[in-house]
Write a protein of this length. Structure first.
Length: 156
């Protein structure tokens, strides 16, 4: 019962919690320096620059929901890259955010570099656009003016 009450409290106060986290993350960064500060700055960039219907994947999904205000998934921590890639495709992920704390995603990007294109970097945190498998999926994806180049052609 307490868990349900806490859930309702968090849902009801999500806008207030989001505003508080955003207010706390201003220069100078008293609590978030280094990799975590880079990650938060990358999410702030995603909030400003990515399309509203972009879908993110990272190792800290709640931060993506609160700070980038986008649907965000945590990729399964499994060894098989094909399982991780299938998860991203099944959930319509358009962008992946990685850093030193995401070895399972870094491994996936190294295994399938043709599916990922870097669109923004903040320190050690990188945002990649994820190339869909089928050409029809490319056309149905949100356009990303902030992403380098034409996201439909994926020139490398």
């Amino acid at each position: 019962m307490l868990l349900i009450a806490v859930g309702f409290f968090l849902m009801w106060n999500a806008p207030l919690l989001t505003a508080q986290v955003q207010v706390e993350h201003v220069e100078p960064y008293p609590y978030h320096r280094g990799p975590m500060g880079d990650f938060l700055d990358a999410l702030a960039w995603a909030d400003r620059k990515l399309p509203p219907d972009a879908v993110l994947a990272t190792n800290r999904a709640p931060y993506g929901v609160l700070l980038a205000e986008r649907k965000t998934y945590t990729v399964p921590w499994v060894e098989e890259d094909t399982t991780k890639l299938a998860f991203l495709d099944e959930h319509g992920v358009t962008h992946v955010i990685v850093n030193g704390g995401t070895p399972f995603l870094n491994q996936l990007i190294a295994a399938y570099p043709e599916r990922f294109r870097e669109v923004h970097r903040v320190g050690g945190t990188i945002i990649y656009a994820l190339r869909p498998l089928s050409p029809s999926a490319v056309e149905s994806r949100p356009s990303c003016a902030a992403c380098t180049g034409d996201s439909a052609t994926w020139d490398r």
